[in-house]
Design a protein around this ligand. Structure first.
Ligand SMILES: CC(C)(COP(=O)(O)OP(=O)(O)OC[C@H]1O[C@@H](n2cnc3c(N)ncnc32)[C@H](O)[C@@H]1OP(=O)(O)O)[C@@H](O)C(=O)NCCC(=O)NCCS
Length: 398
């Protein structure tokens, strides 16, 4: 049975911060953020937005675009590392907001930026096992990446969600079973203590951990497929990497090609990777969703037809767990992503001033205790906290 991604949609904030302006404000040469980090604009979540509202927005869109009734979903998982509650999963809020019925497994998965991929792979095995009985899985990767004002991680923030409808009709990407290369090691490269809203990161060490994980997962994959010697990765039409920032994906690709024995490992970057970095450069890091934003970006921006061709995907979560897996692009994939209208939606966003951005960052400190109030204006809004209960408004409650 072929299984994989039947539909995909993306939600992101309607405001962003220009990283050239941030660099000037921080006394840094703009080239460091634009070229050295590889991000141009960074999505900033508004106070009435959070992991739940991004996840719900992306989930509703993928259900509508695929014509999937909520009761066709038998598994709803949200992969996130920026949940809104220690106990109640983001997925339950999403279930309520998009109207998914009771005969559905609903839960959250966490392993830093790998949490969404963990949910995806387990969901695909659930479909392959026959236990889905014709139902589909909805996996949403949603996060607000936040390191804090003035930190080295500040230019690598972002916010948004990618919703993936998984089924035995993989019209976007048929995912290969049994050949995913895995690399998991207990490391302290990036974490967020229970008392902190901001992530802690040993930045340069996290880069090394990511690269070590590329080696471990890719070598494992090559063993599983009995890869022939030589430039095995040339067998892929494209490669999508987890993109905390564009330069990291470039380093990852250099590592992967070096493992293939490529003496000029950067030479294939434009051909295999660059198309996947265009949208991440506009949105920044969305943690669990970053790999799937790169996938959408490569489908949107690759001019040549990709249908029927294999691609490789690398997912990394600090802490750490990583996976290199493969899929075959479906017949509808490129048109599907183009129909999402992402370039127009990105162009319609509003640029924040540094002062506005810093005010939003400060306001987020107290959001978890903010009483219900304000004027919700968009499809899904976080209204505040009522008797310790987070309260949202969706179109159904409007
Ligand atoms: C990524 C991170 C470690 C960079 O931190 P930093 O110490 O401020 O930045 P660096 O000094 O390493 O500079 C970043 C890059 O910009 C380059 N650079 C610096 N000034 C530059 C300029 N004026 N023009 C062009 N490039 C410039 C550096 O050479 C470096 O490139 P390289 O990595 O290819 O050597 C930091 O942003 C971070 O901690 N991010 C969060 C963690 C993360 O995303 N980890 C990834 C794995 S999950």
């Amino acid at each position: 049975m072929e299984v994989g991604i039947e539909g995909l949609s993306i939600a992101f904030p309607e405001v962003y911060l220009d990283l050239a302006e941030l660099a000037v404000a921080r006394g840094v040469a703009p080239g460091k953020y634009l070229d050295g980090i590889g991000t141009r604009r960074m999505a900033v979540a508004l106070p009435e937005e959070d992991t739940v509202t991004f996840a719900a927005r992306a989930a509703r869109e993928v259900l509508e675009r695929t014509g999937t009734a909520p009761d066709q979903i038998g598994l709803l998982a949200v992969g996130t590392e920026t949940a809104v509650d220690h106990s109640k999963p983001v997925a339950s809020f999403v279930q309520g907001l998009v109207g998914i019925g009771p005969r559905c497994r609903v839960f959250e998965t966490k392993h830093a930026c790998y949490g969404g991929t963990a949910a995806l792979q387990l969901s695909l095995d659930w479909i392959r096992s026959g236990n889905a009985r014709g139902k589909k899985a909805l996996v949403v990767c949603a996060d607000i990446a936040r390191y804090g004002i003035g930190t080295p991680g500040e230019p690598t923030q972002g916010a948004g969600a990618v919703a993936l409808l998984l089924s035995d009709r993989p019209e976007l990407l048929a995912i290969e079973a049994g050949t995913a290369g895995i690399a998991a090691v207990d490391v302290h490269d990036f974490w967020r203590p229970l008392y902190s809203k901001d992530a802690m990161v040993d930045g340069h060490y996290s880069v090394q951990c990511y690269l070590d994980a590329v080696s471990g997962a890719y070598q494992h994959h090559k063993e599983l497929v009995n890869a022939p010697p030589g430039l095995y990765s040339d067998h892929f039409a494209a490669l999508a990497y987890h993109v905390p920032y564009g330069k990291m994906a470039k380093k990852a690709h250099r590592q992967l090609r070096s493992l293939d024995g490529d003496v000029d490992p950067d030479a294939s970057f434009e051909r295999l990777v660059a198309a996947g970095l265009m949208m991440p450069a506009e949105i920044g890091n969305i943690y669990t969703g970053s790999l799937y934003l790169a996938l959408a970006s490569l489908l949107e921006n690759t001019k040549a037809p990709l249908a029927g061709r294999p691609i490789g995907l690398f997912s990394y979560g600090s802490g750490s767990c990583a996976e290199f897996y493969t899929g075959v692009v479906g017949p509808k994939a490129q048109q599907w992503v183009r129909d999402l209208g992402l370039p127009a939606r990105l162009a319609a966003r509003r640029s924040l001033s540094i002062a506005e951005y810093e005010e939003i960052m400060r306001a987020r400190e107290d959001l978890d205790r903010r009483p219900v109030g304000g004027a919700p204006g968009r499809d899904f809004s976080f209204l505040g906290v009522d008797g310790h209960r987070r309260t949202y408004r969706g179109p159904a409650q409007a």
